[in-house]
Each structure stands twice: as C-alpha cells, then as structure tokens.
Write a protein that binds this ligand. Sequence first.
Ligand code: SIN
Length: 331
Amino acid sequence: MFRKITTLIATAALSALIVSSAALAADPIVIKFSHVVAENTPKGKMATKFKDLVAERLGGKVQVEVYPNSQLFGDNKEIEAMLLGDVQLVAPALSKFERYTKQLQIYDLPFLFKDMAAVEKFQQSDKGQALLSSMESKGLVGLGYLHNGLKQLSCASAIKVPADASGLKFRIMTSDVLAAQFEAVKAVPLKKPFSEVFTLLQTRAIDGQENTYSNIYSKKFFEIQPYITESNHGVLDYMLVSSTEFWMGMPEDIRKEVKKALDEATAYGNQIADSQDLEDRQKIVESKRTEIITLSEAERNQWIEAMKPVWLQFEKEIGKDLIDAAYQANI
Ligand code: SIN
C-alpha cells in the first residue's frame, strides 16, 4: 500500500514537472518595445530591425513586440510603465530623463555639439559611456545610444534672429534646459507630449516647436508650419533603456544574445540616421509646403550668443568636467 502511494506521488510530481517544463518551453520571454515616433524614422527602423534579428536568432525563446506612435504609452508615461513591468524596452529622447538623472541634461545644452560626428565621439568616450549607468540607482539600465539628428525650429512665422522668437510659444520636451534655452530668447516654452504636438500646432495653441527633420516629416508638422529655421541648435538622440529587474532577470545566455541583437540594430539605426535626415529634409523641400530658412553666420552667432548663458546656468547640476569633455568632442 505504502509503495503504491509513493509511486502515485512520484508519478504526479513527474507529470507536474513535465507540464511546467512544457509551459516554460512554450512561453517565450516577451519584450514589449514602446516608442512614440513613426515607423519610418531611425528609431522606428531600429526597432523593427531588433524585432527581426531576435525572431531570426531567438525565435521561440524571446519575442519582441514593437508599439510605435505612442500606441501603448506616451512619452510622459513610458519610463514609468517600464519600471512597473508593463513594457520592457524604451528609447526616450535624452531630454526626457530629467526626473531620473540631471547628468543627461548635457545633451540639451544649446550649440554644444557642432555636428553629429561630435555627438558620436562624445557618446563613445569614457564619460559618454559612463552616462549609460547614471540611472542605476533608479532601477534603469542604459543599453546604448541611438541617433536621430540635430534639431531645427519650425514656426508659424519666419524667424531668423532671436528677436523674432520673442513672445512666441514653443512646445518643448520635458527638460528644464530646453525651457531655459527658449526663455533666453524671450520665447515661451511649453512642456507637452510628442503625441500632442500636431494638434497644438494646428489649433495654433502654440506657434512652433523644435525637432529633427525626420520627426518634422514623419509627423507632418511641415504641412502646417510654413517656416523651418535650419538652426541645428541642439541634438535629439535617444538612450535605449530597460529596467534592471527585467534585464538582469533574463538568463545570462539569452541576455547576451538579446544585447548582441540590440547592438546590431542600434548600429543599423545610427548608420541610417544621417541619410534619413537628408532625405526627409529633401522631401520637405519638394513638398513646397514650408520654407526652409538658412541662417547667415552673423544670424547664427546671434542665437549662440543669446542661448550660450544656459550652459553656465546648468553647470553645477551637470558638472563642468562633463561639459568640457563634451565640448572637446568638437575638436
Ligand atoms: C522622439 O523622437 O522620440 C520624440 C521627440 C519629441 O518628443 O519631440
């Protein structure tokens, strides 16, 4: 009798083990990648590439689901959603991490980087790489940088010199540095989510906004903004982040493969960012819906002079060393 009971228990335990292993084998790790831009942008294309690489190499074990266009969460919510475990990967603009670290504000300083090569050089330097771990105490792990490009000013009226922007309302991302940048030219900055920008412009609740050509094109801002001032006054790049809990919770071998796919997809996104910028600029020109205003050196210098005091304003929070190192990347 005793032997029969023991055999029954052993059989039940074995079946439970088989069922749970089968369930494990059947349930891949799901990585929900939420972002706010269109699919035909550097970030949108990078996300699709990552999904494809993971499907090819880790199919059955890991599954990437991409949610573009603020479909799942808007930019005010996506980092919170990740910390709550509702999504596992996001790539917000560097301006959107202010609540988690002040150091990343470096990327918002106006006219700090002369071109995207300088941005890349700083990001790959020891100091730039160290910033990837600047939010560890908040439970966020930085997995890499992704480029978009330099920002331009789109507006309902033609703006050439800082005085033209005085009194105008500009939508900005959630960054105090960007607020200070517009206040420096006596404009009125308004922190609003990306998903609301088109309607705010269309209803004339705001006069203008700052963004890259790929975002201005893919979100059709150029159709409702008659002027774009080609100011190249700041950078709009991204950091790929996950929650430490999710990232470190993956088995090591899987995590390594996922990171490899992520690095390759990011390299691809970075490689196409420049050409996408030029192509989208060209499409905007060909549309004849908006005039692109190029600045003379003297006009651009006026913007630099008006906005540069913002560096000093944020020097204590960001760190002089970091600002100096970023500036050195231009040389
Ligand atoms: C993005 O490129 O992810 C959005 C930029 C913005 O909010 O303007």
